[in-house]
Every structure is written in structure tokens, then in C-alpha cells.
Design a protein around this ligand. Structure first.
Ligand code: ZN
Ligand code: ZN
Length: 280
């Protein structure tokens, strides 16, 4: 399985010019295995994916964790949607009052966007998922709701060679009075068990979090505790606050690692980074 990060910011693209390393685009991750290509979220990073779709790919599956704007703002700018030969499957969370198509059409229709979702030239299919298990090519996908405002999913992707878990927007400590001591009661924990790579929300410092409880995001420290609890092999901080420069993020990462040493790798998800799990 090959994983490429095209956007790892949260909330808003970063306006900072000092983001050469981490990048300024919002959530978008490409996952490839054999002839299968999955795109995790359609944030502004998807524009970087446009030039990186292998020519033999005729079907793309886009897995949306939720419909907050930072996760769908790039959707209408994804070039494959305008190719009539391309099959595009969009998987997203089951809604409470409106189905996935009507919720996506709110954005992909005038006045917010010139083209309606149903008028896109590709062969488009929509699938609603919640606590679900399904296969895409040789990849086995599990989805589950996680703690974040509105219906929001995390995804576990198991390939022949390993496991990637993607939980970009997540506040694991909110729903558990005893976090991180009771894994079975912690949102998202079953998804992340024994991941080779975990991409997890790490937007706030512990100080910032005190005034942002309930906003749906994790502290860097809680991301580490969550990864430890789920026996992750490599944690990549994701959903970086849009206001942080590379230097600031690197110094916060170092501080968190020093204050809570663990026996697994921790890094910053950065645009253009590629990771291989097993053989590819
Ligand atoms: Zn987000
Ligand atoms: Zn969100």
C-alpha cells in the first residue's frame, strides 16, 4: 500500500508563507494498492493530486470522513470528475435529515459552485456508510462514527501488507471520562487497533484545548495517548492548525515527544510525503 499526503491542514488552508515542509492545503490523502486508488477527503490538497493520477486508473473511490468545508472544498476541482470515462465512487457518512447527495449538492450547486453535482460528466456513484465494512479492490475498509460535531467517520484500510487508519477530525477525550484508560469506551479505538500508520487529528496544544473543548479536535498529547492505546506503530500528526509555521509545528512535536516518550514513531504529516506499508 502506498500513501501520499496532499493536504494535512485543518479548518482552513494555511496562509503562512513559512510552510514549505508541512504545506498549507487541507485534508487529502491518496492511497494506492495494485490497480486500486482511494482518495481520503477532498480538501484543497486535491488540486495537487490532479497531476498525480496514474494513467491506467479508470476508477477512483473518494472516502469522505464528513462534510465540513475543509474536507470537501477541493471536490469540484478534482479533474477526474470531468472525465466521462472515469468511474468515481464517493463514500460518505449517512446523514440524519438529508442524504449524502443533497448534502453534497448544497456545496456543488449555484451560487457556491457553478456546476451541479448531478451534472458532472464522470460516472458518479454515491454510497452512504456508517459502522460499515466494505471492499475496494484488494483493500478492506471499515468505517465508524467518531467523536466530532455532525456525522463524522474514521476509516481503517487493511491491505495485504498492513493497516492505515485515518481519523483526521476527532476529539477522543470528550466522550470518555476516563480517557485514555478504557480503550473499549474510546471513540475510534477499535478502528485504529494495531495500525501500521495512524493519521490522527493533533490540532491543539493542551493549553489551547482548555478553551476549545467540544470543538471536535484533539490535542497533540491526546493523539499520542490514543496511538499508544491502540498500539499504533507510527503516528502522524494531522489536521495542523492553519496558523502554525513549520518551525512552530516542529518545536511543538519535539516538546510533546520529550514530555511523553513512547516506543513508536511520531511525525508530522506533510504534503508530498509518501509512505509504503509492506511491499508496493
Ligand atoms: Zn477538519
Ligand atoms: Zn470537521
Amino acid at each position: 500500500m502506498k500513501i501520499t499526503i496532499w493536504g494535512a491542514r485543518g479548518s482552513l488552508p494555511s496562509p503562512s508563507p513559512e510552510t514549505n515542509e508541512v504545506g498549507g492545503n487541507t485534508s487529502c490523502v491518496q492511497v494506492e494498492s495494485d490497480d486500486t486508488m482511494i482518495v481520503l477527503d477532498a480538501g484543497s490538497g486535491i488540486q495537487r493530486l490532479n497531476g498525480n493520477v496514474p494513467s491506467h486508473i479508470k476508477q477512483i473511490d473518494i472516502l469522505l470522513t464528513h462534510l465540513h468545508l475543509d474536507h470537501i472544498m477541493g471536490l469540484g476541482f478534482f479533474s477526474v470528475l470531468y472525465n466521462p470515462k472515469m468511474v468515481v465512487n464517493i463514500w460518505g457518512p449517512t446523514g440524519v435529515n438529508f442524504d449524502l447527495e443533497s448534502r453534497l449538492t448544497r456545496y456543488l450547486s449555484p451560487p457556491l459552485f457553478p456546476i451541479r453535482l448531478k451534472d458532472l460528466p464522470c460516472q458518479l456513484n454515491l454510497f452512504e456508510v456508517n459502522h460499515s465494512a466494505f471492499n475496494i479492490g484488494d483493500l478492506k475498509i471499515s468505517s465508524a462514527y467518531v467523536c466530532h460535531p455532525g456525522p463524522t467517520l474514521g476509516f481503517r484500510i487493511e491491505g495485504p501488507s498492513g493497516i492505515l487508519t485515518y481519523i483526521p477530525d476527532h476529539e477522543p477525550s470528550l466522550g470518555s471520562s476516563n480517557f485514555p484508560n478504557v480503550p473499549e469506551w474510546t471513540s475510534g479505538c477499535s478502528l485504529a487497533q494495531n495500525s501500521d500508520i495512524l493519521l490522527h487529528d493533533a490540532q491543539y496544544t493542551s493549553d489551547e484545548y482548555k478553551t476549545r473543548i467540544g470543538w471536535g479536535h484533539s490535542t497533540m498529547k491526546d493523539a499520542i495517548l490514543f496511538a499508544e492505546m491502540s498500539k499504533t506503530k507510527k503516528l502522524l500528526f494531522f489536521h495542523h492548525d492553519p496558523g502554525r509555521t513549520d518551525n512552530h509545528l516542529n518545536s511543538l512535536l519535539k516538546k510533546e515527544i520529550n514530555s511523553h516518550p513512547v516506543d513508536f514513531e511520531i511525525g508530522l504529516a506533510s504534503e508530498g510525503d509518501q509512505f509504503i506499508i509492506g511491499e508496493y
